[in-house]
Design a protein around this ligand. Structure first.
Ligand SMILES: Cc1cc2nc3c(=O)[nH]c(=O)nc-3n(C[C@H](O)[C@H](O)[C@H](O)COP(=O)(O)OP(=O)(O)OC[C@H]3O[C@@H](n4cnc5c(N)ncnc54)[C@H](O)[C@@H]3O)c2cc1C
Length: 269
């Protein structure tokens, strides 16, 4: 096992290869290191850009190394606080990064679900421009988990904080892992939902958009009839796994109920 530390992200990106794993907070990588199943080289970077939090015109640019604890402590990121608080216990939140959460395997990835619903974009180290998180998560599925290093994440601020909702369903409170997590972003224009985004975690190999639900919500007002139709289609197109927490059948059965409760709570304001 060889640990390599680089001052800049560009150097770390150049050092990556099939025999290397990038380590951020290490809450998952260190498990593999301790179990002796990690890649031969662990690559780290102390680049200050990794921990930067910057306001942009319509949202925030967050370094991928920003931890859940820092999200919780940042006043302007209050809309993400319930999501960060849902990740593990205090020790985990002190180390766990938002970049690592994008690559965390099932049933982890609660923060990534919220980023997906918010329409976040990712900037890859050594590559110009940002691309949708949707694309990165799809590519991650195809490549079996490997990816270039994510440098930062651009997170749009919800126009109205009440338009964004998140729930994590777990069996052990408050620190249990997800039976599922759901994030919903419902921008409204004249009372009608425009550009609705709904994402589920632990309902597939990576966080997924619920496209059928989004189509039902689009252009509608958030009322009881629309919520009922959305709940009926909650698990459409999702591919929940069976694990020690719940079977695929159970996850499909309860997805509609949890989505309905979240939407009803948002309807009440
Ligand atoms: C006790 C415990 C409880 C947990 N509870 C939860 C929970 O409730 N919800 C939840 O979502 N997660 C949970 N986790 C999982 C994990 O802590 C989080 O998902 C965390 O955000 C992972 O971030 P990290 O920085 O620790 O990742 P690391 O362990 O450093 O890395 C994880 C993976 O991501 C890759 N990676 C990291 N950063 C980048 C980057 N910038 N670019 C490209 N690849 C990268 C690594 O190469 C590795 O494959 C828990 C873990 C533990 C040990």
């Amino acid at each position: 096992m060889r640990v390599e530390s680089y001052n800049t992200l560009a150097e770390a990106a150049r050092a990556m290869g099939p025999d290397a794993v990038f380590m951020a907070g290490g809450t998952l990588v260190m498990r593999d290191v301790n179990a002796g199943t990690s890649a031969g080289r662990v690559v780290r970077s102390a680049d200050p850009a990794l921990t930067e939090i910057r306001a942009t015109g319509d949202g925030f640019s967050l370094g991928s190394g920003v931890t859940m604890a820092r999200v919780l402590a940042h006043r302007d990121l209050a809309f993400l606080a319930p999501v960060a608080r849902a990740v593990g216990g205090p020790q985990v939140r002190n180390m766990a990064t938002i970049g690592g959460n994008i690559f965390a395997h099932h049933p982890y990835g609660d923060f990534a679900v919220a980023l997906l619903a918010l329409g976040a974009r990712v900037v890859l180290a050594g590559q110009g421009g940002a691309k949708p998180l949707d694309d990165l998560l799809r590519e991650r599925g195809r490549s079996g988990g490997t990816s270039p290093i994510v440098a930062s994440i651009e997170v749009p601020r919800p126009r109205d904080p009440r338009a964004f909702g998140f729930v994590k369903v777990s069996r052990i409170k408050p620190k249990g892992v997800s039976v599922m997590s759901i994030a919903v972003n419902l921008p409204r224009d004249g009372g009608r939902m425009r550009g609705a985004r709904v994402a589920f975690g632990a309902m597939g190999p990576a966080p997924l958009r619920a496209s059928a639900v989004e189509r039902v919500l689009e252009g509608q007002s958030l009322d009881a009839a629309t919520i009922a139709r959305a709940a009926q289609l909650a698990s459409d197109g999702l591919d929940p796994p069976t694990d020690a927490l719940a079977s695929a059948w159970y996850r499909r059965e309860v997805a509609g109920t949890h989505l309905r409760r979240l939407l009803e709570k948002m309807e009440r304001g």
